[in-house]
Every structure is written in C-alpha cells, then in structure tokens.
Design a binder for this molecule. Structure first.
Ligand code: ATP
Ligand code: MG
Ligand code: ZN
Length: 457
C-alpha cells in the first residue's frame, strides 16, 4: 500500500506545512490552511517529466519563431488577448458564477471551429446535453467541436491523443482532478497539479488550452496566486449580473498589453460584441443636464471611452460624513474632496458624498479627477455642466489641472459621439488635429468651474 502522507496547504497561496498553523506565513491570511492527503503515484508522475533536449544558446543566435496568433472570431476578445489565441499557450478565464463564462467560451469555440480547427470542450460541471442546449440557444454548431463530460484529467489526456484537437477547453479547473493526488477537486493541490498537467499539454503538444476558473466570494480565483503564476494569460469576465453588459479585462498577459478591455452585451442568443462602448455607457443618459452628472473621457488600453460619472452630495446625519465610491478609487475621491474644500471653498465636511461611475466600469486613471470634482461641485451648488460637454484632466493638490496622456484620442472620441465642447488641461503644445469640437483649455480647477458650470433650470 502506498504511504499516506498528509500536509496542510494554504488554499490561497499554496504554502505547505506538515503541522496546522492558524496564519499562513507566506500570504498572511488566517484560517486558510486545510489538511490534504497526498499519495504520490510515482510511476505516472515520473512519466510526465519530459527531458528537454533544447540546447543552451547565445541570445544573438536564437532565431525568432513567430508566435502564431489566431483569431477567436470576437474582435473584443482578440484585443484583450493581445491579438488572438497564441498557439501552445494556457489562458485562464475567470469570473463570478453565472456571469457568462461558459457562454463566451462556447461561442468562441463555435467561431474557432468554423475556421476549420478542432476543439475539445471538456464540461466537467455539466452534462453533454446541457452544453448542447446552450449551444442551440447560442446557435453554435460545428462538426469540429467535440464535447466531453468528464472530470478526470487522465481520461481527458487519453482523448486528446485520440481526437488531436488544436484547442482544449476545461470548464472549470475547480471541478477536474488528477488521480496523481487524492485531495478533492477544487483544492489548491489539485488545481496546481491539474494546471501543471495542462501546461504540459499546451507546451509539449502545441495545443492552446483555455481554462475557466471561478472567483470566490472575496473576488479571488480559488487558489488565486497559484493559478495566476502558472498560466500565460489571465482574463477576467465581469459585470453587473442584473445588467446586460459585460467587461473582459486581462490581468496578466505574456503576449500583449494588460490595459485593454473588451465589451460585450448579454442577450437571449448569447454575447454580442459592443464595438462602440461609449454609446452603450451613455445610453441611459437623458438629454438635459442634471446637477452631479458629468461625462468624462477615460482611456482604456488603445481606445478612449466616454463614461458618465454621477455624484450625490447631501447634508450628513452622521458624526463624520460618509464618502462612498463605486468605480473610483476611494483615496482618490478623498483627495479630490480635500482639494474642493481647500481650493474652491466647498464646505464638504458636513456633507455625505457618493460617487458612481455608470456602467460598472472601474476608472483608475487620474484623468477622471476633473470630471469627478465637477460632478461633486455641481451637485453641491445645484448647478449643471452642459450635457454636450466632456471633461478631461488630472487635479493636483494645489488645484491645478495637469495634462493627461492621449488627449487627442479622447477628444476625438467625444467629437465622434456628437459632443460640442471639451474641457481639457492647458496644453504645452498645440493640438495637432483639427477638431470640429470647441476645446477649452483650463489651467486651474477654479477656471474649469467658471467656464463650464451654469444654472440648472
Ligand atoms: N435562456 C436564456 N436567455 C437569456 N440569457 C440566458 C438564458 N440562459 C442563461 N442566460 C444568461 O447566461 C448566464 C449564464 O451563463 P453561463 O452559464 O455561461 O455562465 P457561467 O459563468 O459559465 O456560469 P457558471 O459559473 O454557473 O458556470 C445567465 O446568468 C444569464 O444571464
Ligand atoms: Mg459555466
Ligand atoms: Zn497562504
């Protein structure tokens, strides 16, 4: 009989120890260590160790083999992936339960198979007929698409040798297991071992592997650090479950930039690409201007996005006023409020301030500062920024407006969507393009308030 060994494994970072301890010394989390039984099946482990015979060579002598990227059939997904699926790479798609991960991948599978590629879809959580039902609803059908309802990874590997797919999908990594170790599916040891095996398949067989992963309640992929380290690309699928729009963003990418986002719309027949997201983010906006509502031009990867920022300011009934932000970093909000108090003289210390970015999108660049400040100021004073005006600029602690990157791209996006005026930071050089839109350069926050604020009616 094989010797039974147990160990305690941190479910967050994969740290291992022989004894129970309350706090993980590696990642610092409490109570994340779980006992796992491990039986090493030595024969199969040693088999999977492949002796690599690639020679050591000088960097100058290495010839570049162009990595082959193929389209997923979704331009939005391709952009987030850095151009498409890289052959032999391992991609992790993570997201909340029910957000539409299986839908996205099944539609992608349909697209890829229509390019005459073979794909093996391993549905470890669902039966074949459940997948078929979804495929019917999404209008996906192809005789290159193989579906395999299986949780054992060894069985999957056997099928890979039979079917020889170019792309392998595992839905999801938390529900497959390898017989090499005995801890239950979903534990960190299993996830790590399975990901290792899948990495092997990707690199040695040149198969593109797409792995779906669930996100836990606190927003982490189960066994997050373990997984993120191992794979080539990590993309998150997110959005408000009660709304139809979905965002795709990459957290890590060995083949491209990580600041691109992809935008989709979930409808009855599946996910639709949103090629002009600014229109979507402003769809619900009314024509007349409201106090506390401002349009900003944010930069997401290679494109500019227009989004609405809303603020609500009201007298507080608490000992210390509340500051609540959605889509804007909390400390950033505090800083903007401090500048408004000190440089403009708004008495915000007796008021609650709520700030919300519409459309479930996170704005983490300082270019949104001026828009946020104007949203708060207009709500406080009950005035408006005209609804055909877009606001761009970073605010310094002294109340000056700092320049931002890609200013022309942002203005261009506003012009494309029919805005008449853009409030921008004072430019050092002339803007190179000729815009049809009125451009107002403002050096300080107080000037911005002077030029774009008017009485509401
Ligand atoms: N008949 C339908 N019509 C419209 N939308 C549907 C329909 N059925 C499912 N959906 C949408 O698809 C979503 C579920 O998609 P999907 O199964 O791809 O999610 P998932 O992320 O894979 O979920 P899980 O975590 O359970 O695997 C639902 O939340 C719903 O928005
Ligand atoms: Mg699913
Ligand atoms: Zn840990």
């Amino acid at each position: 009989m094989a010797k039974v060994k147990t160990k305690w494994v941190c479910q967050n970072c994969g740290y291992e120890t022989l004894k129970y301890i309350g706090k993980c010394p590696d990642c610092g989390n409490w109570g994340t260590l779980v006992e796992e039984v491990e039986i090493k099946n030595t024969s199969s482990v040693s088999q999977s160790v492949v002796i690599d015979d690639s020679p050591v060579c000088l960097i100058n002598e290495i010839e570049i083999t162009e990595s082959i990227k193929s389209s997923t059939g979704f331009a939005e997904l391709d952009r987030v992936l850095g151009g498409g699926l890289v052959q032999g790479s391992l991609i992790l798609l993570a997201g909340d339960p029910g957000i539409g991960k299986s839908t996205l991948i099944l539609q992608t599978a349909g697209n890829v198979c229509s390019q005459d590629k073979k794909l093996l879809y391993v549905c470890a959580e669902e039966s074949g007929s459940q997948v078929k039902l979804r495929a019917q609803r999404l209008n996906v059908n192809s005789d290159k698409l193989y579906v395999y309802s299986q949780t054992n990874l060894e069985a999957v590997i056997n099928q890979i040798d039979v079917i020889k797919p170019e792309i392998l999908v595992i839905d999801s990594i938390q529900s497959v297991y390898t017989s090499n170790i005995t801890s239950s599916a979903g534990s960190v040891s299993q996830i790590r071992e399975c990901t290792n095996l899948l990495m092997d398949i990707a690199k040695n067989k040149g198969i593109t592997v797409i792995v779906i992963g669930h996100v836990t309640k606190d927003g982490n992929i189960a066994g997050p650090k373990v997984l993120e380290h191992m794979v080539d690309t990590v993309i998150y699928f997110e959005g408000d479950k009660y709304k139809s729009q979905r965002l795709l963003r990459s957290i890590k990418n060995r083949f491209g930039s990580t600041n691109e986002i992809g935008v989709f719309n979930m409808v009855e027949s599946g996910l639709e690409e949103v090629t002009n997201p600014s229109e979507l983010f402003m769809k619900e906006r009314t024509d007349s201007a409201t106090p506390g509502s401002v349009i900003i031009a944010a930069n997401e990867g290679t494109r500019a996005l227009l989004v609405e920022v809303q603020a609500l300011v009201g007298k507080t009934s608490y000992p210390s006023p509340r500051r609540v932000s959605t889509g804007v970093e909390y400390n950033r909000l505090l800083q903007i409020i401090a500048v408004l108090e000190k440089r403009i003289g708004l008495q915000l210390s007796s008021h609650d301030v709520y700030v919300n970015v519409i459309g479930g999108i996170e704005i983490d660049e300082p270019a949104a500062d001026l828009g946020i400040a104007l949203a708060i100021a207009t709500c406080f004073r009950d005035v408006v920024v005209s609804s055909d005006c877009v606001i761009i600029g970073e605010i310094s602690l002294s109340g000056e407006i700092r320049n931002v990157s890609n200013i022309e791209k942002r203005i261009y996006e506003a012009q494309k969507l029919g805005f008449k005026k853009a409030i921008v930071p004072k430019q050092n050089k002339k803007l190179s393009e000729n815009f049809d839109i009125e451009i107002v350069e403002v050096p300080r926050l107080i000037d911005a308030i002077k030029v774009c604020v008017s009485k509401s009616n």
